[in-house]
Design a protein around this ligand. Structure first.
Ligand code: NAD
Length: 306
């Protein structure tokens, strides 16, 4: 009898041991699974982290980390500075150009080839803008920031201005912005997020003799900005315009000394602006810090317009 009891005890103990073993194996399997999943997320996090540049100290999340930005006309001047500043703040930047591929590639290599790409597109071409925007969304999964910077001048007195010069300026400066916004808005609406920043001009705000075409296009940008801001605000998309004054770039380099002096006399801060003056504001407007600002025209002109 005692033997039977002992045998039963041993069986029970063996049974307990094997169920403990099973539980142990089960636990190990679960922990291996959890560990693998953890490793995977770690890997993903590394890729994500690595896909955007670090700040100067090599640490910390920056304002635009993980965002994809398109800057039109970014091969030189203000656009170039905007592209570099957005990248500095963590964004992956699409450097759009229409002229020199070399200069656009230069901007990309200054930013770092992992964090920027050069894409050729004439913004005055509606279909080409569609291809560019759709290509970005396909390649990078999203588009978060659109900066309409591309612009040209064809100055002349109204009495002598050709229809061609008027049309060319409007086609690039105003229609170009319409084209990119029109195509990007679909993505922004789907995402329920997006930042549109249009580069206008003090000439669009105040008018300027000899620039009827340019001023009309830049004033048009302001109307476009305010209408788009009203239309897309309910989905968390903001649209603002920046109106630079006299900024030192190749565009203003071609002005005569007399014209430069005339402008200088109208600047209360008594100096010309730098491309960084514009780029820093654009980076702010592109960030979450500016989420309650929309439909605004912000002058960066040393006080020319106030
Ligand atoms: P910029 O001439 O140096 O640069 C303009 C860029 O736009 C160039 O890279 C050019 O290749 C590009 N571009 C022109 N047409 C294009 C097209 N069809 N498609 C794609 N890209 C095109 O001029 P900037 O001084 O750097 O000016 C940048 C923006 O700021 C412009 O919209 C300009 O009107 C505006 N702005 C400049 C000043 C200033 O003082 N420099 C003042 C007010 C407003």
């Amino acid at each position: 009898m005692r033997n039977r009891i002992n045998r039963m005890k041993t069986y029970r103990m063996q049974g307990q041991a094997s169920s403990a073993k099973l539980i142990f194996i089960g636990l190990r399997l679960v922990s291996v699974k959890v560990l693998n999943r953890y490793r995977k997320t770690q890997e993903l996090r590394v890729i994500k982290k690595d896909s955007v540049p670090q700040d100067a100290a090599g640490k910390g999340k920056r304002m635009l980390t993980g965002k994809v930005a398109l800057v039109t006309g970014a091969g030189r001047g203000i656009g170039r500075e905007i592209a570099k500043t957005l990248a500095r703040d963590g964004a992956f930047v699409v450097v759009n150009y229409n002229g020199s591929k070399e200069r656009a590639e230069e901007v990309v290599s200054e930013i770092g080839a992992k964090h920027a790409v050069a894409v050729r597109c004439d913004v005055s071409d509606f279909a080409a803008c569609g291809e560019m925007v759709n290509g970005i969304v396909k390649e990078y999964g999203h588009l978060d920031i659109l900066v309409n910077n591309a612009g040209i001048t064809r100055d002349g007195l109204i009495m002598k201005m050709s229809e061609e010069d008027f049309d060319a300026v409007v086609a690039t400066n105003l229609k170009g912005a319409f084209h990119t916004i029109r195509h990007a808005s679909r993505t922004f609406l789907k995402q329920r997020a997006g930042r549109i920043i249009n580069i206008s001009s003090v000439s669009g705000v105040m008018g300027n003799a000899g620039q009827a075409n340019y001023s009309a296009s830049k004033a048009g940008i302001i109307g476009l900005t305010k209408s788009v801001a009203r239309e897309l605000a309910s989905r968390g998309i903001t649209c603002n315009a920046v109106a630079p004054g006299f900024i030192e770039t190749e565009m203003t380099d071609v002005m005569t000394d007399a014209a430069k002096e005339a402008v200088m006399s109208q600047i209360p801060l008594q100096r010309t602006g730098k491309t960084t003056d514009i780029a820093e504001l654009v980076a702010f407007l592109a960030s979450d810090r500016a989420s309650y600002i929309t439909g605004q025209v912000i002058s960066v002109d040393g006080g020319m317009h106030m």
